[in-house]
Design a protein. Sequence first.
Length: 254
Amino acid sequence: MAVGDHESGQGTVEKQRRPRRTLGTWRVKRRFRHMKRPKSRNWPDVFEDVACLTRELGRWHPDTLAARSRMCMWLTDEDRHADVLRLSEADVAERTAEFGADVPETLRMRRSLAWHRRRVGDLDGAVTEARAVLGDSERVLGSDHADTHRCRSILAQFLAESGQPAEAVRLLRALYAESQAFGPKRRSETRSIRNALVTALELDGQVREALDLLDEEIAAERGTIYGIDENLGDYEMKRLQEWRKRLVAKAASA
């Protein structure tokens, strides 16, 4: 069965088996509507609410998944990265057992797992995880797929942080050229790769090239049109401008 057929069949079975929401589960779901954990919500109660949705609606019900996602967001905001890693490891194991290792969603969860390893300080584990998921993504989705490009970018970022910036620069230069060849349909992915390349170049001491690329990113940000309620504080441009000041200072002292 092809991956697409697997996903389609999986979705049909999910809809057929999906339990109906009740007033009780609706009320539990509502407790996860806030972007930040309310101070009135204690962590044991949060975990119990997720367990409740899992029992009543099932592990893969949209309401259960949304609650789990929000819980992980709250944990991350509070720097409880070890807890997020534990939940991510369990999620990957459950998805692999239920749907298989080659389903795109499982691959995406494994990519997230690599990030969670990095956040707890396990850079070696993050690099190993990123290499493994990149190999599987290339095999399943192809080397040009957007998700595969994301995997390559993540691996390069981890290599740069783990003391291998020259290797990261090599990987990201090639990836950046490949992404640019796709034109506008990969615009956001190309910008993300460019940001990663600027970071790797800075870590590798290639400040002049990093500054040139950062100027390209600043120009792209100036041309970005946001929705009426998005980016009201101009946070991304401020971040880029501060980054540019740092690179200019480094270039002047070189």
